[in-house]
Every structure is written in C-alpha cells, then in structure tokens.
Design a protein around this ligand. Sequence first.
Ligand code: HEC
Length: 160
Amino acid sequence: MLKKVILVLVVLFILLQFFQIDKSNPFSELSNDFFQIQNTPKELSATIEEACYDCHSYKTEFPWYTSVQPIAWWINHHINEGRDELNFSDWGNYSSDKKKKLSEECSEKIIQGKMPLSSYTYMHNIRIKDPKQRQLLANYFSSLQFNTVRQEQEQEQEYE
Ligand code: HEC
C-alpha cells in the first residue's frame, strides 16, 4: 500500500514538471524605473535591487528552483502579487500621491522586517540582512515621501 502511494506521488511530481512558469520579463521603459526617477545613490540602489526587484519589478531573476514545481508556482504567485502592489519598473507611471504612499509603506515594511518576505531572505544572502543596511534603506524611503512631493511642487512653480 505504502509503496503504491509513494509511486503515485513520484509520478505526480514528475508530471507537474511539465507545467513550467513563464520566466520572461515584460518590456519596460528604463526611464520609468525607480532608480532613474529618484536618482538613487549607487550604494542604495544595489541593496534595493537585490532585496526587492525580484518581486517588485520587471527585472526579476529566476533562480534554478523556479524550474521545480510546485515551488515555482508558489514563487510566481509572490512575484505577480508583488508587482501588483508595487512595481519599481513602472514607478514613472505612478501619481505623486501613490509614490509618496508607497515610499512610506516601503520604509515601514523594511523597519518592521516584513519586506523582503522572510522566505526570500532565507534563500538569498543579501545586504539587507545587516541591521545597519536595513535602517539606511528605511531612512532613504522615508526621506523620499517628502522629496517626491517637493519635486512636484517645484515643477508646479516653474509652470506658474
Ligand atoms: C519574495 C518576493 C518579495 C520580495 C523580495 C519583496 N516583496 Fe514586497 N511584497 C511581496 C508580496 C507578495 C506583497 C503583497 C502581499 C503582502 O503585502 O504581503 C508585497 C507587498 C509589498 C508592499 C505593499 C504593502 C501594502 O500593504 O500595500 C510594499 C510597500 C513592499 N512589498 C515593499 C517591499 C520592499 C521595499 C522590498 C525590498 C526591501 C520588498 N517588498 C521585497 C513580495 C515581495
């Protein structure tokens, strides 16, 4: 009996492998990218890219285990949901209100340790694991919620 169950599971697992996720990144204009628009300092952009871009941009890098089902489905779900909530590749299309709100949320989630997701941090050896880096990133996002507004106000003044 047990042997049969194991056999069925093994066959199921093999069959699942025929269903692969789409690993192509949609095209995005570089000029809409968060780093371009916010002119993010290099030290910070590298840390953000490594900690957030796999789920919150169209620059996702897919590690080998995204070829293994059902893990790949689970990760793909995170990517789709992550991009829905916040897409750094689409930053240029967000209103100033949305930019401000998202910057504030980024700062909060980083400080609370809720982002990046713990499953992601577990699998990746990234700089944000260092509490100092975490604080630095949170401060940066927190400062942005004021900067984006100031930039828009300056632009409005130019038009007047
Ligand atoms: C492994 C994928 C993954 C990574 C890496 C990741 N996120 Fe997320 N993020 C998600 C998912 C999934 C959601 C939506 C569900 C949720 O809120 O938990 C989300 C939601 C968010 C939200 C929206 C919260 C809200 O309630 O509107 C913010 C802001 C955010 N992430 C910021 C970040 C930042 C900043 C980083 C990098 C430091 C990051 N995330 C890294 C998957 C990820």
